[in-house]
Design a protein around this ligand. Structure first.
Ligand code: HEC
Ligand code: HEC
Length: 463
């Protein structure tokens, strides 16, 4: 029960005949509602109070609510395309389609058919990232424990692989993203207003006028060689789920790439890491984080300046900054990318404006711990290295002119202990240990997922 509700019901049930006391209690409840003293002040240590004050100072609402993630199932809290409002039926359908290897029938070789899914590159155990430098869908083989063991299948040439020149973004907290991809190129509204003349090729889909998620996921089905035709969807057994999810769309338009994207988008918006210790702390459980993590959180919201860019409940932002990190080709481990890859230019690769060059969208940073590859070019292998990079404040990519680098990126002068505290906050405070709730037990094809190639099947125990 919510603490305020407790006080209310207590007030009402108590056999108290002193009207004034009741009035006093009511005033107290109103006071609490206004100043959100729902947290038991007695349980709070000095560090807790320091953290609460620190967050409140930088919070647009003046309290903790600006960083609190929605409760599961509270769809009203997400930005949604007015043409694709979230419903439980769409979410349930999208939760299967995202993992459905049966969609992968447009593989360029027969041997690749039905062997991969969206989650081949967005693996839940890796925070919906691939767990390696680069995602590989068609043309990949293997899974390892949770994605790190995938590699090129020898029957595919490098140019035949479905790979991209940047590390896949996490899909947690995409419900707070209006324009998707590192460059924000998808989505007709918000930051893409005024970019209409660039909507061709991959971003021609923006002309349909949808939000980022809806747009990107239509294009994503093509890019990742998936077949969402009525014929394939019926073959896999999804017809009645589409009927439940899209009763108002005429039957001849009901089973399509657009509705498939709508369902997947609705599902992706539900991916909130709201069981992370930091979230439990925000909701009033003072024991959810260790002292070290709390000290790290204080740094995040003050001296270390992370909150200048990582904002709101998703700790992300629809703004673009250059941090001067290395590009993916420089790892020497990535396929089909190089110095001329347009993705190296970030937002500038899409808008072609000088001021946007080398600037990348501020990503969410929950459940980063196991991904082991950080930044768009996977140049860092641990969160401690990431924190040290911010602490040093020195660009590592010679191609990025200093004039482009964000003014927020500069030496932070954190002590070694402070670096450890901040790392600990990222590793544990921002880690939801129970993302399994977002994974289905099975998909309708009955195929193995996220991958369904021979080696993955053995490694995942599907045989
Ligand atoms: C081959 C690997 C791969 C596969 C398969 C894949 N993705 Fe991605 N995904 C990526 C990469 C790489 C990015 C970042 C691309 C960029 O920004 O240039 C990305 C980004 C995204 C984003 C943007 C997130 C954000 O915050 O902006 C969404 C949404 C997304 N993918 C959804 C999907 C869906 C849905 C599918 C299945 C239809 C899918 N992905 C399949 C590699 C993949
Ligand atoms: C100037 C704005 C800015 C500031 C300040 C900032 N970040 Fe970021 N952060 C970004 C951007 C932009 C990226 C993606 C950069 C790229 O890959 O090119 C990023 C990436 C990250 C990543 C990796 C995410 C991923 O998907 O690989 C982590 C972790 C992170 N930041 C944590 C922090 C921490 C901790 C701090 C404070 C020390 C901080 N950030 C300060 C803008 C910022």
């Amino acid at each position: 029960m919510h603490p305020n509700q407790y006080i209310l019901s207590y007030t009402m049930n108590s056999d108290c005949h002193f009207m004034n006391l009741n009035k006093l209690l009511l005033i107290f409840v109103l006071f609490c509602a206004l100043f959100s003293c729902t947290r038991d002040q007695l349980d709070m240590s000095a560090t807790d109070m320091d953290l609460e004050n620190t967050i409140s100072r930088v919070s647009p609402s003046g309290n903790l609510s600006s960083f609190t993630l929605p409760e599961t199932g509270d769809y009203s809290q997400f930005m949604q395309d007015p043409r694709n409002p979230m419903t439980p039926e769409k979410v349930a359908l999208g939760k299967l389609l995202f993992y459905e290897t049966g969609l992968a029938t447009d593989a360029i070789k027969d041997i690749g058919k039905e062997t991969y899914s969206c989650s081949s590159c967005h693996v839940p155990d890796k925070g919906f990232m691939p767990g390696r430098v680069q995602g590989i869908a068609d043309g990949g083989i293997g899974f390892g424990n949770s994605g790190e063991g995938r590699s090129r299948f020898h029957l595919y040439d490098e140019e035949e692989l479905d790979v991209q020149g940047a590390r896949p973004l996490s899909l947690l907290n995409v419900g707070f993203v209006t324009n998707t991809s590192w460059s924000g190129m998808f989505g007709a509204g918000n930051v893409n207003q005024g970019t209409e003349d660039k909507w061709k090729g991959a971003t021609e889909v923006n002309q349909l006028g949808y939000f980022g998620l809806e747009s990107q996921n239509i294009e994503g089905l093509h890019l990742h060689r998936m077949d969402a035709s009525r014929e394939n969807l019926e073959r896999l057994g999804y017809e009645s789920m589409y009927d439940n999810a899209f009763p108002n769309i005429p039957k001849h338009e009901r089973y399509s790439e657009i509705t498939t994207s709508f369902a997947i988008s609705a599902y992706l918006r539900t991916l909130v890491p709201n069981e992370a210790p930091f979230q439990n702390w925000l909701r009033g459980d003072m024991t959810a984080m260790s002292e070290e993590e709390k000290r790290g959180a204080i740094l995040f919201f003050s001296k270390a300046g992370c909150v200048n860019c990582h904002q709101g409940p998703g700790l992300n932002n629809q703004k673009f900054y250059a941090l001067g990190v290395k590009d993916l080709y420089e790892t020497g481990e990535a396929f089909a990318t190089g110095p001329n890859d347009i993705r190296n230019l970030g937002r500038g690769g899409f808008t072609e404006k000088t001021e946007d060059m080398f600037k990348f969208k501020v990503p969410q940073i929950y459940n980063m711990k196991n991904a082991n590859h950080y930044f768009h070019g996977s140049s860092k292998k641990s969160l401690k290295e990431v924190v040290e990079y911010f602490n040093d404040g020195l660009k590592e990519n010679a191609n990025v002119p200093s004039s482009q680098i964000s003014g927020f990126f500069h030496p932070l002068n954190l002590t070694p202990e402070e670096v450890n505290d901040l790392t600990s906050f990222l590793e544990h405070g921002l880690y939801d240990p129970n993302l399994n709730r977002y994974i289905p037990d099975e998909v309708l094809s009955g195929n193995c997922f996220p991958n369904n190639d021979v080696l993955s099947r053995v490694q995942m125990g599907c045989e």
